[in-house]
Design a protein around this ligand. Structure first.
Ligand SMILES: [Zn+2]
Length: 587
């Protein structure tokens, strides 16, 4: 499973022309003209703006601007790595996956990973069987009111002494070297020591349900040792890329179209025991982008159920920011200073359901949270509050929702809505200055020059001869800076379609996808040539008019200031310009 996929297989997958078939597995596509359209799987929409071009073997969404080739789609939709995507597509297309004779080091490395996984799997069995003979662990789980079913389902166990664990694994023929290299044991001189000894054990699985490490909790409340210890960070056990409970919750998250995010292992297990299966926990750190990516494979909606203490609120705030930036729908449940496990034990499942129904949007939570420390009769505090919540407001992509919150905020703070909107614009403008002019063929009110620029760009994306021609054109005829730099990118590339798109920087990618879709309507060389030169001449004419009026303005200024020498120069220039007339581009 860990061997490198050969370049030959990768090439075959890249050459595979089945983007429409592949995507149809995920959504319904309807033919429209040369392309196929459907409801975008990457953002919620009611009218289809997700477009697939069988000709170019690319997809593009005019709503959320996701773009790419088939491999990019496979990666994005299931959140796969490049090589995972290659494998998935190869399977779909009946392409044999040829694996390369990887280097000796690579082989050793993968071999090591396999052995560590095997070792963890065996250890997990031993921990479970140790539970039967261990009163402290049985007492602990009984005290936490865990059912036998929950204990079995989550594979909970316990670790006796280091020696007991070591001996048990030796009986199972696990090589001693693996016990150390897996990180399960550390060795000094003669002693072999397991950091999990005398603790209850929570096996931790990755997305593919492989046990990649353990969490271990001390049960003696009088002990000075750390309450929890985890496996050491390693290639397999990366806390930032794991969510506790995810391997059990996957199905339910898909069905419920929502995930409940809690803080502790015990919260996950107790929720499950009370019938809430779609629950995962971060791994003792605040939520990371990698973890959000895992969630995204399954759903776009998250309900956060953290403690309401200050630490919990701060963690919630940080999680909200990350989730909103990743375009997730986020709600927050107020847990009244209790963790979900204790809450369920005290009040039961129905009470939690009520809580869930009362969840508030992330913005509302964030607003109340920020406001709680401030005195809004003080205008400086109001200003601080607005500044605090603007970054969150900015993350809300739906304009209607955003303006709704702005309105509520203005009422609550007794200030003018426009003030907030202005601050908001300022923030948006500063942050996205370079991206502010996006290509969007659906946008109304676009002027004809911008359309001409876009058309030229579209045509040179598919026609290398015209791309070559454009190299000789003075690009100052382009008015829109963003389109101009995008055009420069294309001119400097020798690639077409998917590769052109894949090599583009993030800044260009979505706009370029848009343009490539636009290009599909120019399907013959003849049409391409005609529109290309028409558009060039539209821009040329506009440039001429603009130059003339600029010169006239200068003349006016010099006349007023009485600067004779400059005036003469500019007048001569104007004459020259007029005589030259509008430059006409021809093939
Ligand atoms: Zn979309």
């Amino acid at each position: 499973m860990f061997e490198k996929i050969s370049d030959q297989t990768i090439q075959q997958v890249k050459n595979y022309n089945g983007i429409v078939d592949f995507i149809q597995q995920y959504l319904t596509l309807k033919k429209r003209g040369q392309n196929y359209i459907g409801l975008c799987p990457f953002h919620g929409e009611k009218t289809p703006s997700f477009t697939v071009s069988p000709q170019k073997q690319i997809f593009h969404c005019f709503g959320c601007h996701e773009s790419g080739d088939l491999i990019a789609f496979a990666q994005k939709i299931d959140n796969l790595t490049f090589y995972e995507a290659i494998e998935v597509i190869a399977n779909f297309a009946n392409i044999d996956v040829v694996r390369e004779q990887s280097s000796k080091e690579m082989k050793q490395h993968y071999n090591q990973l396999e052995r560590t996984l095997a070792c963890f799997s065996q250890a997990s069995d031993v921990f479970r069987s140790m539970l039967n003979e261990s009163q402290f662990a049985k007492d602990y789980f009984a005290k936490r009111q865990l059912s036998q079913e929950s204990i079995d389902m989550f594979g909970l166990g316990c670790c006796g002494s280091s020696k007991q664990l070591f001996d048990a694994l030796k009986v199972l023929n696990v090589p001693e070297a693996d016990l150390v290299s897996s990180g399960l044991f550390s060795k000094n001189q003669q002693d072999i020591y397991c950091r999990f000894q005398h603790r209850v054990i929570f096996p931790i699985a990755d997305y593919q349900s492989r046990i990649v490490g353990f969490g271990a909790r001390i049960t003696d409340p009088t002990s000075n040792a750390a309450k929890y210890v985890n496996s050491e960070e390693s290639k397999l056990f990366n806390k930032r890329k794991l969510l506790y409970g995810l391997s059990y919750a996957k199905q339910s998250i898909k069905q419920q179209k929502c995930v409940l995010l809690v803080e502790g292992y015990m919260d996950v297990i107790m929720c499950s025991q009370y019938g809430f299966q779609n629950v995962v926990a971060c791994m003792g750190t605040s939520l990371t982008v990698d973890q959000v990516q895992l969630i995204k494979r399954l759903t776009e909606s998250v309900v956060i159920m953290f403690d309401n203490d200050k630490a919990g609120q701060t963690a919630t705030k940080r999680s909200i920011e990350i989730l909103l930036q990743e375009n997730m729908n986020v709600n927050v449940v107020s847990m009244d200073q209790m963790d979900p496990a204790d809450f369920l034990l005290q009040f039961g499942a129905d009470a939690l359901k009520e809580k869930l129904a009362e969840s508030v949007s992330a913005f509302q939570f964030f607003y109340s949270f920020s406001k709680s420390d401030l005195d809004i009769s003080n205008i400086n505090h109001v200003s601080k509050l607005v500044a605090d919540v603007l970054p969150i407001l900015k993350c809300i992509s739906d304009d209607v929702v955003r303006s709704h919150y702005i309105c509520l905020m203005a009422q609550d703070l007794k200030i003018n809505e426009e003030v907030i909107v202005a601050k908001m614009d300022e923030l948006l403008y500063n942050k996205t200055q370079d991206y502010s002019i996006k290509l969007d063929t659906n946008k109304v009110g676009k002027n004809k020059y911008q359309k001409a620029e876009e058309t030229i760009l579209a045509v040179i994306c598919i026609n290398l001869d015209l791309r070559e021609y454009l190299k000789g054109v003075d690009l100052t005829i382009f008015i829109t800076p963003f389109i101009k730099s995008l055009t420069e990118y294309v001119i400097n590339s020798n690639e077409l379609d998917g590769v052109l798109l894949e090599n583009a920087s993030a800044e260009f990618k979505s706009s370029l996808g848009n343009v490539l879709m636009l290009a599909t309507q120019y399907d013959t060389q003849m049409i391409q040539k005609n529109v290309f030169f028409d558009c060039l001449n539209v821009l040329s004419k506009q440039k001429f008019t603009q130059d003339i009026s600029q010169l006239k303005e200068q003349i006016k200024l010099y006349e007023e200031s009485g600067n004779e020498t400059e005036l003469e120069k500019v007048m001569a220039e104007l004459d020259q310009k007029k005589k030259g007339g509008i430059y006409e581009y021809k093939y």
